[in-house]
Design a protein around this ligand. Structure first.
Ligand code: ADP
Length: 258
């Protein structure tokens, strides 16, 4: 534990000379460290794409602009890095809003079957481009949870999108849901690279990535799962992952039923 020591002299008339007061600062220090780490992470994450944009721009200004092939290639990289900055800022803002509980949720009856199938449709082009088999349930009858529809959409999108993103070409991603007592269990199962045991506990932390270089290459922000966790908790649910390296991952979410 971390203590702040305060020495208080007492009036001369008293028997003792001074009193030492110990303040337990452990929690304060922990929060301060989290804040400092967050600021460092944000600066780093913003600086990386920004440095690329500046480097490409300077090279173009120094004459590369006259070579049409280089110019087009650099311009598309600048646009790509700009897109990354935009995603990052959007994700940071939505995470901050959820964490500060400023986000107002419209808690209503949401049919998980419909929302999941829409997310699956959004991920289909990317899955097709990598020949990933996207498996969905045959029974699409409504299964209704108590949550905010847009929030559930973000949860489903992030988990399905990750599974498709991290699973190599030719792989398989299965999406399913089932009633489990008063809860609905939603699962996204892939046969991708899996997550090492030491990282599993940390993937829901902001900016945590198992393979930084590879994740960045895939245009990721490292914030998707942190957003998922906060949304699920806001709806009174739980989220987790079971994973085996070389075999794949199973991300699951439990949400209260109506
Ligand atoms: P990112 O934007 O990097 O995808 P996330 O918060 O969504 O951020 O995920 C955090 C990290 O968890 C990822 O960088 C990746 O290393 C790992 N991860 C997430 N989903 C999967 C998955 N289905 N298979 C393997 N690794 C995953």
């Amino acid at each position: 534990r971390i203590f702040a020591v305060q020495l208080n002299p007492l009036p001369q008339s008293s028997d003792v000379g001074a009193v030492i007061v110990l303040h337990d600062n452990t929690e304060l220090r922990r929060l301060e460290n989290i804040r400092r780490e967050f600021v460092a992470n944000v600066s780093h994450e913003l600086k990386t794409p920004l440095s690329s944009i500046m480097a490409y721009t300077e090279t173009l200004q120094r004459g590369a602009v006259n070579d049409t092939e280089i110019r087009d290639s650099f311009l598309s990289r600048i646009a790509e890095q700009g897109g990354r900055l935009n995603n990052l800022i959007q994700d940071m803002l939505s995470l901050a809003r959820i964490e500060d509980q400023q986000q107002t949720f419209d808690i209503e009856a949401v049919d998980i079957a419909q929302v999941v199938m829409r997310s699956v449709d959004d991920s289909r082009p990317q899955a097709n481009s990598k020949s990933i088999e996207l498996v969905t349930p045959e029974d699409l009858s409504p299964v209704v949870v108590q949550a905010d529809e847009e929030g559930v959409r973000v949860i489903c999108n992030n988990l399905i999108d990750n599974a498709v993103k991290y699973t190599p070409a030719g792989g398989r991603v299965e999406v399913r849901w089932s009633k489990q007592g008063p809860q609905v269990l939603f699962e996204v199962i892939d046969n991708g690279p899996g997550i090492p045991r030491t990282d599993v506990a940390r993937v829901f932390e902001r900016f945590y990535r198992v393979d930084k270089a590879r994740s960045r290459e895939l245009g990721s922000t490292g914030l998707g799962l942190a957003i998922v966790k906060h949304l699920v908790q806001s709806f009174g649910g739980t989220v987790g992952v079971d994973s085996t390296v070389g075999h794949g991952s199973r991300f699951w979410v439990q949400l209260p039923m109506v």
